[in-house]
Design a protein around this ligand. Sequence first.
Ligand SMILES: [Zn+2]
Length: 137
Amino acid sequence: MSTEYTIPSELKSAVDGKCPRCRKGNMFKAPLLSFKSKKMHENCPHCGLKFEKEPGYFYVAMYVSYAFVVAELVSACVATYVLTGNLESPWLYLSVAVAVAILLAPFNYRYSRIVLMYWMTPQFKFQEKYFLLKKEG
Ligand SMILES: [Zn+2]
């Protein structure tokens, strides 16, 4: 029997919304593009890591999300300018900004938490033993 295995890269696991510690369990209960996309597991279904490590932990994600929104709005406004050359109507930019903020809200919500857990929480470092953990049942 071969015991070879490949551990998914950090970036791929993050993009897929996998648990930062084992890279196997899903953080979220539903895919990004679904109505339930905000539902998150309390504990990793694979290794049992408690995602909200302390009360208020996810508030930090709001700051990450804020940074996302600013970056997206700036890009959206630049893109609007490049595409339309409009410099007169603030309403055009406002509508684009609102549309972008609404459309990307699920994305920002999910990836702000992912960024927080992957790159801002040293305790959640990947550990191979959790990846190799056999799930009972
Ligand atoms: Zn896990």
